[in-house]
Write a protein that binds this ligand. Structure first.
Ligand code: GRG
Length: 288
């Protein structure tokens, strides 16, 4: 994992526009948002899925970088005053605090566009896989994916969400991009049989949800220094979470149940899925 994380840092550094290129301040903000921070869970998932299909390394690097840029943009915008209004992210001041609100808005917009630029210039073995990968990333990012989930979150303030509604919100808000990371990784390699694609998709769905359940548990249990972002915000904002709906132990049981399902979905792949198994454990056992 450390190897992929460090290669990812170099890849992102390489693909992001340099500060020497105008406008310097915007490029500085984009690089600040993406580099030197974050667990790189989505690139790790893309790489692990890619390994399963013998993916081309250069293609995978672009796919993983594209997903991470979309993720970084979503964090920049989510932290802004009109949304979650937070001052700390990845242990550093948020982008609008470090720069200014207009720059943060632009940096997020530019990162989103740049992600598609990076992916569009990848060398896929089959052109149809590249189109499919671009479509998957677009769908996962837009109103039928991450932005849609964020919308449900915004419009449900002050309302009582039941478990199925909470689940739908998170499947879109957090799950869509996690799912896309796995799918993109698989498009960089040998074609998969339909049933195998479905198995991996089920794995990715379980992981997307498990990621969020654990995020809710950490928001309740961990401290700000460990998380690198403000802890305890959900309870302070009276937000419905897995912890508020299921209790702390219920949420932990839910994460364990999703993890078991995720492992089971990988069974038919044997050793080829070893890294995905390990990542699934990491996502559920993580401390930040
Ligand atoms: C603003 C379009 C738009 C979308 C925002 C993803 C998201 C939607 C908001 C982020 C807010 C949040 C804390 C969501 C919970 C799950 C999550 C995505 C946590 C952060 O992801 P990590 O833990 O972060 O992978 P690092 O910093 O490790 O990359």
């Amino acid at each position: 994992m450390r190897d992929v994380q460090s290669r990812m840092e170099n890849t992102l550094e390489h693909f992001l526009p340099p500060v020497s290129h105008a406008p310097a301040r915007l490029h500085e903000a984009m690089r600040y948002a993406v580099l030197d921070g974050g667990k790189r869970v989505r690139p790790l998932l893309a790489y692990a899925a890619g390994e399963l299909v013998g993916a081309d390394e250069a293609c995978l690097a672009r796919a993983a970088a594209a997903v991470e840029m979309i993720h970084a943009y979503s964090l920049v915008h989510d932290d802004m005053p009109a949304m979650d209004n937070d001052v700390l992210r990845r242990g550093k001041p948020t982008v609008h605090v470090q720069f200014d609100e207009a720059t943060a808005l632009l940096a997020g917009d530019a990162l989103q566009a740049h992600a598609f630029d990076v992916l569009a210039h990848a060398s896929f073995a089959r052109a149809e896989d590249q189109v499919a990968a671009l479509a998957v990333l677009a769908r996962a990012s837009g109103s039928l994916g991450m932005c849609g989930g964020q919308g449900i979150d915004l419009y449900s303030v002050g309302q009582t969400l039941m478990l199925p509604e909470l689940e739908l919100m998170h499947i879109l808000k957090t799950g869509a991009l996690i799912r896309a990371s796995v799918v993109l990784g698989t498009y960089c390699g040998q074609p998969l049989a339909h049933e195998d694609r479905q198995r991996l998709d089920h794995f990715a769905k379980c992981m997307g949800l498990a990621f969020q359940v654990v995020d809710d548990v950490l928001d309740e249990e961990a401290d700000t220094a460990t998380l690198g972002k403000t802890a305890g915000k959900d309870a302070a904002n009276h937000k419905p979470t897995y912890v508020s709906l299921l209790g702390l132990n219920g949420a932990k049981d839910k994460a364990a149940e999703l993890l078991a399902q995720a492992h089971a979905a990988l069974e038919p792949f044997g050793e080829r899925a070893a890294r995905l198994h390990a990542l699934a454990d990491f996502i559920v056992d993580r401390r930040s």
